[in-house]
Design a protein around this ligand. Structure first.
Ligand SMILES: Cc1cc2nc3c(=O)[nH]c(=O)nc-3n(C[C@H](O)[C@H](O)[C@H](O)COP(=O)(O)OP(=O)(O)OC[C@H]3O[C@@H](n4cnc5c(N)ncnc54)[C@H](O)[C@@H]3O)c2cc1C
Ligand SMILES: NC(=O)c1ccc[n+]([C@@H]2O[C@H](COP(=O)([O-])OP(=O)(O)OC[C@H]3O[C@@H](n4cnc5c(N)ncnc54)[C@H](OP(=O)(O)O)[C@@H]3O)[C@@H](O)[C@H]2O)c1
Length: 389
């Protein structure tokens, strides 16, 4: 919410080829998670950022997956193609299209129709046709959810596709956004990120989240040019440094709040800071532990509430910690504090929102409707902001 920064020559359409100068695992041995701290150097660019902004990163695909697709197509990669989705002025090589320009995951039903039309093996054709009948809609969705394009080429080898036919089905490879975890007041020439590396298995194949594993595995530290841009956001710490700031950020949701606290400490903000953080296990998943403990010891964090979901039988989440301190939370809110949430949109942000409503209703002696109106006004006043994904 601070003053907008001057426009850079670099943008989403003209990203800056940055170097990643640090790639550090934040979880301790024995953790079920892989959360990494990256430092992206802005040296050589005129990029600037403010707390609350995100960094856009353009990844490339894994060479092994590209090679497997080429081999299943019987192609060398040197063939020229013009992928429909890219609307290019001139053709590019199939290798470039698959490696850098197109998403190798997220196949749609259209490819199933194409494969069905091309399959020469009766068994393959029957399986494809069965997925295309209207009654099999749910089955088709589940089938596609479990597969990437390479799976389909492997499963239906009799349906010979050309490189051009395959790439015409694929979507554009999009940049990914990451909440910036540093303040430019402390780090004007670099951007810190807190990234959960996505790895899972479907259809008996190991999957690798494109961008998180690009940064984790495929970028050589200090070497690989990594195209980035700053995505300005309305999300940000209170404009008035005297305003108290309540931050709820479990998991990678912690990222922008590291930036908020750095920023407020650097600017001498007098408002208090209250952080709710949570993750699976305290011993292995306490991200930036030393930093929070130092802020707490120095009085820069007024309160730190931690929710470890897997340290005991029953789950404990950030919203449980909010409810346990409902009275004080309400006192802060009544006193004008801002309430900020970052992290998982599907479950966490909804549950935290519910907890906020319940606390306001209970502590403020309001009906559910009154609490709803109160929260609505907080949003209008930009006192309740979310950066959820
Ligand atoms: C504003 C904003 C800020 C963000 N900030 C951060 C941040 O600070 N840190 C951070 O880590 N991320 C952040 N994200 C998310 C980030 O942009 C990416 O979406 C994330 O890193 C995954 O991208 P990927 O390319 O690695 O994975 P992708 O290749 O995009 O794969 C992710 C997809 O894989 C599938 N998937 C994932 N896990 C499983 C599973 N277990 N089983 C089956 N399918 C699964 C899901 O369909 C999921 O959508 C943010 C997103 C937004 C919009
Ligand atoms: N939209 C999405 O699909 C989405 C969004 C965010 C993250 N993720 C995935 O999750 C992985 C890790 O992400 P992350 O590090 O940011 O952590 P996370 O998975 O969001 O988990 C952080 C903490 O939040 C807890 N949690 C789970 N459900 C919750 C709820 N309803 N309310 C409050 N807290 C809740 C988790 O507990 P338990 O796990 O023990 O229940 C854990 O302690 C990544 O691989 C990412 O792909 C997916």
């Amino acid at each position: 919410m601070s003053a907008p920064v001057a426009a850079s020559t670099y943008s989403k359409d003209n990203p800056f080829p940055a170097r990643i100068t640090e790639n550090r695992l934040l979880n301790k041995p024995g953790s079920a998670k892989e959360t990494r701290h990256f430092i992206v150097s802005l040296k050589g660019s005129d990029l600037s950022y403010k707390a609350g902004d995100s960094l856009g990163v353009y990844p490339t695909n894994r060479a092994s997956e590209v090679n497997e697709i080429l081999s299943r197509l019987g192609a060398t990669g040197e063939e020229l193609v013009s992928p429909a989705m890219l609307k290019l002025p001139a053709p590019i090589t199939l290798r470039e299209a698959l490696g850098q320009r197109l998403a190798l995951g997220g196949p749609t039903s259209k490819i199933i129709s194409t494969l069905a039309a091309k399959a020469t093996d009766a068994g393959e054709k029957a399986k494809l046709d069965a997925l295309l009948v209207p009654e099999a809609k749910e089955q088709l969705t589940a089938f596609l959810d479990e597969r990437e394009y390479v799976d389909l080429l492997a499963e239906f080898p009799s349906a010979k596709l050309t490189g051009q036919e395959l790439v015409d089905h694929m979507r554009k490879l999009m940049p990914r956004l990451y909440s910036i975890a540093s303040s430019s007041k402390l780090y004007p020439h670099e951007i810190h990120l807190t990234v959960a590396v996505v790895r899972y298995t479907t259809n008996q194949r190991e999957r690798h989240g494109v961008c998180s594993t690009f940064m984790a595995d495929r970028v050589a530290v200090g070497e690989t040019p990594t195209p980035v841009f700053v995505s300005n956001s309305h999300f940000g710490p209170p404009e008035n440094g005297a305003t108290d700031c309540i931050m709820v950020g479990p998991g990678t949701g912690i990222a922008p709040f590291r930036a908020f606290v750095q920023d407020r400490v650097a600017s001498g903000a007098t408002g208090r800071n209250w952080l709710f953080f949570g993750d699976q296990k305290q011993a292995t998943d306490y991200l930036y532990q030393e930093e929070w403990e130092k802020y707490l010891a120095d009085g820069k964090l007024a309160r730190l509430d931690l929710a470890w979901s897997r340290d005991q039988g029953a789950k404990v989440y950030v919203q449980d910690k909010m409810r346990a301190s409902a009275k004080e939370l309400w006192t802060w809110i009544q006193g004008g504090a801002g309430f900020f949430v970052c992290g998982d949109a599907k479950r966490m942000a909804k549950d935290v929102d519910q907890a906020l409503h319940d606390i306001i209703a209970e502590q403020g002696g309001m009906s559910a409707e009154e609490a709803q109106a109160y929260v609505k006004q907080m949003k209008k006043d930009k006192r309740y902001q979310r950066d959820v994904y």
